[in-house]
Write a protein that binds this ligand. Structure first.
Ligand code: NOJ
Length: 517
């Protein structure tokens, strides 16, 4: 695979469409709203946007429960709005990646409505149906990701259907050739319309044990499951999806792996010739400490297949906000790592502002997961983007579907663009430095010796060199540069302070990171 494909050098920005920009003042973001904000993304230095699902949906899982794979939900706009979004993005040099959800549909999808009609319905086999156990209970001990059994009894036809996530999302049967063909045709629809890539939801769930055997250990987690996901047959499915994607030049497929911080499991999903990009969620779950991160980076780099291209991500719509996990100083260091490690960085909207989780009053809770497992709801990290600090935050003039949050409103784009020391300006500068540095875009990575609470690595390509030094400690740290660290010209600090080029050592402030490039 060429080293020069666009997505290897791209900074990818995830947009949760409900929360980015509302152009109709119904309180929900939409495609025309995203178009209005493309100039901001261009200014930030974003190369590609990944849109969480925009398809028609009853929104019980906010678009991950699809009723039509080839439409746009009217709340988000129309196919014309979508075409407009593609055209305007491409005109600015921004690519568009769509989220696809092949593991399950909405229980209101016409396919499922047919399937549940009777055990002899022609679409019966499109979903996963099993008889109850002798005692009337679910067919096996598989659990849903959102808690409880992964099976629900359908009174209408007397069998259980499988739902690996919420009961409103019955799993498609990927052993059916008709299902494979129907989903492939939907992918062709979007790729033919100019979409530059696909993010594939729950790719590791696309094959289940053919005999539906119990998980041997009933207290299994999704990292240890042997039967319900992660089956060898998934490779064939990935291969088929990649073939569809590759029928179009210059496209990318990215897969969501559960849990993607397990190095061995993550890299096993690269697919033939490393064409599928499995998300690397290592930075989401690890303790934010030099030793743990160093060990992880080392293990990940060492495990990557020869052709494979790495990636890193700090946040998404399923995870507590970065700044709530790490605090503001920690988030600044995390930004430095995300934008200087080797691989494609995935940035979640609003993390560039240091947005924090918003406490959602109980009568405003939206996420169905919260009702199943209190505390697991994902609303706090999905709140509207604050564009300015006045009422509505520039997101809507209506009533926003989730509260913006008083503190997050003070972190608006408008405020931060006027503050050289802001989180937003940190991202803006780091992205610009990254784009100018061949070493950061495509160079090798080598971890360097440093004090125990400091992570230091070198990126190099030909004459181009960059050194990242990150101090994770609450105390200042003196770091001596190795002899080889000589090929840099400029110094950048995550704490927006001037450092001069002198000697071979640096005194880093608590939680300070510096980039020499
Ligand atoms: C993973 C997605 O990221 C999440 O938001 C969604 O609810 C589930 N898959 C089900 O599709």
């Amino acid at each position: 695979m060429s080293t020069d494909v666009w997505w290897k050098k791209a900074v990818v920005y995830q947009i949760y469409p409900r929360s980015f920009q509302d152009s109709t003042n119904d309180g929900v973001g939409d495609l025309a709203g995203i178009v209005q904000r493309l100039d901001y993304l261009k200014w930030l230095g974003i190369d590609a946007i990944w849109l969480s699902p925009i398809y028609p949906s009853p929104m019980q899982d906010f678009g991950y429960d699809i009723t039509d794979y080839t439409g746009v939900d009217p709340r988000f706009g129309s196919l014309q709005d979508f075409d407009q979004l593609i055209a305007r993005s491409h005109a600015l040099g921004i690519r568009v990646i769509l989220d696809v959800v092949p593991n399950h549909t909405s229980s209101e999808h016409p396919w499922f409505l047919s399937s549940r009609q009777s055990q002899t319905n022609p679409k019966r086999n499109w979903y996963v149906w099993r008889d109850p156990k002798a005692d009337g209970g679910p067919p096996n001990n598989w659990r849903s990701v959102t808690g409880g059994s992964a099976w629900s009894l359908d009174e209408l036809s007397g069998q259980y259907y499988l739902h690996s996530f919420l009961p409103c999302g019955p799993d498609l049967n990927w052993r059916s050739a008709d299902v494979r063909a129907a989903v492939a045709s939907a992918l062709h629809f979007w790729l033919g319309r100019g979409v530059d890539g696909l993010r594939i939801d729950m790719v590791d769930f696309l094959a289940k044990d053919a005999r539906f055997r119990d998980e041997a250990d009933a207290s299994y987690t999704f990292a240890t499951a042997q039967r319900h996901l992660n089956q060898p047959e998934v490779a064939q499915t990935i291969e088929e999806i990649c073939q569809v994607v590759e029928a179009y030049p210059d496209r990318v497929a990215i897969g969501e792996i559960n849990p993607g911080s397990n190095v061995a499991r993550t890299v096993s999903y690269y697919g033939k010739e490393s064409r599928l990009q499995p998300f690397n969620f290592g930075l989401l779950g690890l303790p934010f400490e030099a030793a743990a991160l160093k060990a992880y980076i080392q293990a990940y780099e060492a495990a990557l297949p020869a052709e494979a291209w790495p990636n890193y991500t700090l946040g998404n719509h399923d995870t507590p906000r970065l700044a709530s996990r790490l605090g503001q100083p920690g988030s600044r260091l995390a930004a430095l790592l995300l934008l200087t490690l080797r691989g494609t960085p995935y940035l979640y909207y609003g993390d560039e502002l240091g947005l924090e989780n918003v406490v959602i009053p109980s009568d405003q809770i939206q996420d169905a997961w919260e009702a199943r497992q209190p505390g697991k709801g994902r609303d706090p990290c999905r709140t509207p983007m604050p564009w300015h600090s006045e009422s509505g935050a520039g997101f809507t003039q209506g009533e926003a579907w989730l509260p913006v949050g008083a503190q997050n409103r003070q972190r608006s784009v408008e405020c931060q663009q006027q503050d050289e020391a802001s989180m937003l300006m940190l991202y803006h500068r780091l992205i610009a430095l990254r784009k100018r540095s061949p070493a950061l875009l495509s160079g090798s990575l080598q971890l360097l010796n440093a004090p125990s609470e400091v992570l230091m690595y070198e990126r190099a390509l030909g004459d181009s060199q960059a050194i990242t030094i990150a101090n994770f400690s609450k105390a200042s740290q003196k770091v001596v540069l190795p002899d080889k660290a000589r090929g840099w010209q400029s110094i950048f600090s995550t704490q927006a302070r001037e450092l001069s080029k002198s000697g071979d050592s640096f005194e880093l402030l608590p939680h300070e990171g510096i980039l020499l490039s």
